[in-house]
Write a protein that binds this ligand. Structure first.
Ligand SMILES: Nc1nc2c(c(=O)[nH]1)N[C@H]1C(S)=C(S)[C@@H](COP(=O)(O)O)O[C@H]1N2
Ligand SMILES: [Mo]
Length: 253
């Protein structure tokens, strides 16, 4: 790469990354020429733009024939409560998704309402920290659609997902910031591989947040809460694994 880098060329590199052609950003960032260019004080704005563009890049999407024959379940495979058993027995006809916290219009949505919303479908690769990956096809409304329906208040900074299952007696929960919440591939999936989402994979509703590792993809979601800070929630680190096992809150891939 030439040592003279214009803003246009840096941006072009980022577009290549966004298209999924290797991580162009990281490679650019490692080049000494780019480091010099990006980390000089007077280039703060360019540095910021690079960071934001990287966060907004799309995760690679795959062809139908690249799907994994089996998409295994991990963590909870079926929430262990009488309430969940009753919901499963009625095919989640009475399941409600609450959207509340720092919103102008709290929502309580049925699965029928959620399934009738415009959906995004994407075939993506799930990466678990425990060392396995699988490619699956997911469909559901973008999280941004629900957040816009509810109307986030100005103070909202994080979106928290409260789940129906417990691990070691503690409710599973996760959280993401607004960049990931409004990312185009962040969806609430109610379908997997062209069928209703199976119970082992999070029925009736799970998060897909494709730029992050598997544990961020909350399953069995019953409540979405907009908050200004993660401090007051459970152990305060933004997720069950973050609280109990020191997993990173931001698990970008
Ligand atoms: N509610 C809930 N969500 C969860 C988990 C869980 O145990 N409970 N496990 C997480 C982990 S570690 C992974 S890898 C994925 C697994 O998704 P899968 O069961 O569809 O493979 O869900 C994540 N979301
Ligand atoms: Mo995982």
């Amino acid at each position: 790469m030439s040592r003279i880098l214009t803003r246009r060329r840096v941006l072009a590199g980022m577009t290549a990354g966004a298209a999924g052609l290797v991580s162009g950003c990281d490679q650019l960032g490692e080049s000494p020429a780019v480091r010099g260019l990006l980390f000089k004080g007077e280039d703060a704005q360019r540095w910021l733009q690079r960071g934001l563009t990287a966060r907004n890049a799309l995760a690679p999407e795959y062809r139908p024939d690249q799907r994994s024959p089996i998409f295994r379940s991990n963590g909870t495979a079926r929430p262990d409560s009488a309430a969940y058993a009753a919901h499963a027995a009625s095919n989640f006809a009475d399941w409600r998704l609450a959207v509340d916290g720092l919103v102008a219009r709290p929502l309580s949505l049925s699965m029928a309402q959620i399934r009738s919303m415009p959906a995004r479908t994407q075939i993506t690769r799930h990466d678990c920290v425990e060392g396995w990956s699988a490619i699956g096809k997911w469909s559901g409304p973008r999280l941004s659609r629900l957040l816009n329906l509810a109307g986030l208040r100005d103070q909202a900074r994080y979106i928290v997902f409260h789940c129906a299952d417990r691990l070691g007696g503690r409710p599973y929960y996760e959280s993401i910031d607004l960049i990931d919440a409004f990312h185009p591939q962040t969806i609430l999936a109610w379908a997997m591989n062209d069928a209703l989402l199976p119970i082992p994979n999070g029925a009736p509703l799970r998060l897909r947040v494709e730029r992050q590792l598997g544990y961020k993809h909350a399953k069995y979601i019953e409540r979405i809460e907009a908050v200004a800070s993660l401090d007051g929630i459970a152990g305060g680190k933004g997720g069950l694994w973050e609280d109990i096992a020191d997993y990173d809150w931001y698990a970008g891939i």
